[in-house]
Structure formats: C-alpha cells, structure tokens
Write a protein that binds this ligand. Structure first.
Ligand code: NDP
Length: 240
C-alpha cells in the first residue's frame, strides 16, 4: 500500500538512500534537510522527491514543517529519524556547545519529530517509526561521548515508544549502522579509516543502500510484528 513518509536528513548520504528505497517501494516521500540547499535541490530534481527545509533540533520548526507536509501530501504514516551530526572531541576538551548541539540534533530530534506524528498514527491505527542510531551508540567511541550518548539514548527511546504504541499498530524500531561510505565517514583521517575497515569482518565499508533496504523492509505493512528492535547493519563489526 502507498504510504506517506518523511525522512529527516533525507537528501544526502544514508538518508538519501533511505528516501530512494522508500520511493522505489512506492511510497510518497518527503526528504528534510537543514542547510545544504544545493544538494537538496539536485537530489529532488534528479529523483522527483519533494524536499523541505527545517531544523530537526527545533521543536516548533518540526511542528510547523510536519504540518506543511501533511497539508501537501496528507497524514504521515512513516517517519524515519535519520538526521544526525558529529562534533568530536575528547570529553576533557568538549565544550557545552559541542555536547548540546550533538545531543539536540541526534536525540532531541527523536522527540521533536515523533511527538508531532504519533497522535495521528495512533488515531489512524497505523504507523512506522524507524530511528537511525549507530554502532558507536552500542559500543562507545573515543572522542564521541556526545554522539555515543545520543545514539545510545535513541535505543531506549525506541523501546519505550514501541511499548506505548504497540496496541495501535504503530511499530518503532532502530537501526544501528556501522561505518558507511558517506560524507560523515570521509571526515575520518585515512589512517584511522584503514584500521576501521580492517576491523569489519566483511572487509568493506557499508553502503547507504545497505541501510535503505532495511528501512524499506521495516516500513512495509507486512512488518507489523517487528517492534522495539535494534538492527545492526554493520558487516559483523559489533554483535550483541
Ligand atoms: P550526512 O552528513 O551525509 O547527511 C546528514 C543529513 O542530515 C543531511 O541531509 C543534512 O542536511 C541533515 N541534517 C543534519 N542536521 C540537520 C538538522 N539539524 N535538521 C535537519 N536536517 C539535518 O550523514 P550520514 O548519511 O553519514 O548519516 C546519516 C545518519 O546515519 C546519521 O544519524 C548518522 O549519525 C548515522 N550513521 C552514519 C554512519 C556513517 O557511517 N555515515 C554510521 C552510523 C550511523 P544538509 O544536507 O542540509 O546538511
């Protein structure tokens, strides 16, 4: 069945692949971005996917943006909370600004976005919320106390909301990607990246499409018995 989906950070990297996977599955897709308008326009023009601009760390901006999407495309059935940033530093050098920016964008956005779609999903008796965490939220990472805390927080948020929503046919799941070939990973110094790839059992970085396929699966109407779960898409780099 065709559904309406919002993908935050859906114009670049992993989010772009998620938008494309949901589009290919036949859904109406809106991709949200923050500041890179050129990339968003190019993506929209090339793929016929609508793009909207707002800051997912801003509760009111999310309310306003989701309202505009609903006016244009109808109520939101699928929400993919993918937008995320890093701002790395060892904790003893990390500023409060670095801490809160990463917490608010990666974890605050879960509340800001989900709050505004959950009422409608509950009323209509259908919803899919898919939250993008990270391997580094599961195992921790040097220089990423802010990011690891936010990504671990997403896993608790996912389980709590899954419990609250289960009887309403709204599923809530998390995906924890390993290192994928995106701009975020391009910032990792080459010698560090080499040792990361050596540590991945399948012997390569993930691709954004690896994650996109998992999202399309979880978003499907047929995935209604899967909720509160975390799916590792990490080439075997971390197993729990
Ligand atoms: P990218 O940096 O390639 O893309 C980030 C996207 O998020 C962009 O579309 C960006 O918009 C958007 N975005 C950033 N901040 C905001 C904001 N405040 N409001 C709205 N949109 C925003 O990221 P990746 O594709 O690498 O990562 C996607 C997700 O996957 C993130 O949550 C990341 O933590 C997670 N992840 C990534 C891994 C990887 O290896 N890349 C590994 C594990 C997890 P704009 O273009 O306007 O800046």
């Amino acid at each position: 069945m065709q559904r309406t989906a919002i993908v935050t950070g859906g114009t670049r990297g992993i989010g772009q692949a998620i938008s494309l996977a949901l589009h290919a599955a036949g859904h109406r897709v809106v991709a949200v971005y923050h500041s890179n308008t050129d990339a968003a326009r190019a993506f929209s023009d090339a793929n016929g996917i609508a793009v909207f601009q707002w800051d997912v760390s801003d509760f009111e901006a999310c309310r306003h943006g989701i309202g505009k999407v609903a006016e244009t495309l109808g109520p939101i059935d699928i929400l993919v909370n993918n937008a995320g940033i890093t701002d790395d530093a060892m904790l003893h050098r990390m500023s409060p600004e670095q801490w809160w920016k990463v917490i608010n964008t990666n974890l605050g956005s879960m509340f800001n976005m989900s709050h505004h779609v959950i009422h409608g999903m509950r009323e209509r008796g259908f919803g899919r919320i898919i939250n993008i965490s990270s391997i580094n939220g599961e195992k921790g990472q040097l220089g990423q106390a802010n990011y690891s805390a936010a990504k671990a927080g997403i896993l608790g948020f996912t389980k709590a909301l899954a419990l609250e929503s289960a009887r309403k046919n709204v599923t809530v799941n998390a995906i924890a990607p390993g290192y994928c070939d995106t701009a975020m990973v391009a910032e990792v110094p080459p010698e560090v990246l080499k040792s990361i790839v050596e540590d991945i059992p399948v012997g390569r970085l993930g691709t954004p499409a690896d994650v996109g396929r998992m999202v399309a699966f979880l978003a499907d109407d047929a995935a209604g018995f899967i909720t509160g779960a975390t799916f590792n898409v990490n080439g075997g780099q971390y197993m729990e």
